[in-house]
Unconditional design. Structure first.
Length: 117
């Protein structure tokens, strides 16, 4: 059963913007709303990495390479990632999931982001 659904990816030129969305299933929505959750990405040939996370109170954390360009936010059972000034290095499949101290659950299908230079 799919519990996390990501959307909003696409092909964009370097410098452009995209807004990703994540919806949690009804089954996990309540715990999703009250946990630290985040956006991960996996580029071809690389390990999946956590790029941004947000606490249940709305406090965000970012990796250095996206700080100032990406903004994570949440609203009820949905999670968002506003990505501005996109770079070719941002090309990856993006996933949402729980973040530490919670453990990720089964991964969704992700949403592909391709940044052309």
């Amino acid at each position: 059963q799919v519990q996390l659904v990501e959307s909003g990816g696409g092909l964009v030129q370097a410098g452009g913007s995209l807004r990703l969305s994540c919806t949690a299933s009804v089954r996990i929505a309540s715990i999703f709303r009250t946990s630290r959750v985040g956006w991960y990405r996996q580029a071809p040939g690389k390990e999946r990495e956590l790029v941004a996370s947000i606490s249940r109170l709305g406090n965000p954390n970012y990796i250095n390479s996206v700080e100032g360009r990406f903004t994570i936010s949440r609203d009820n059972g949905r999670l968002y990632l506003q990505m501005n000034s996109l770079e070719s290095e941002d090309t990856a499949v993006y996933y949402c999931n729980f973040a530490s101290p919670s453990r990720p659950i089964d991964w969704g299908q992700g949403t592909q982001v391709i940044v052309s230079s």
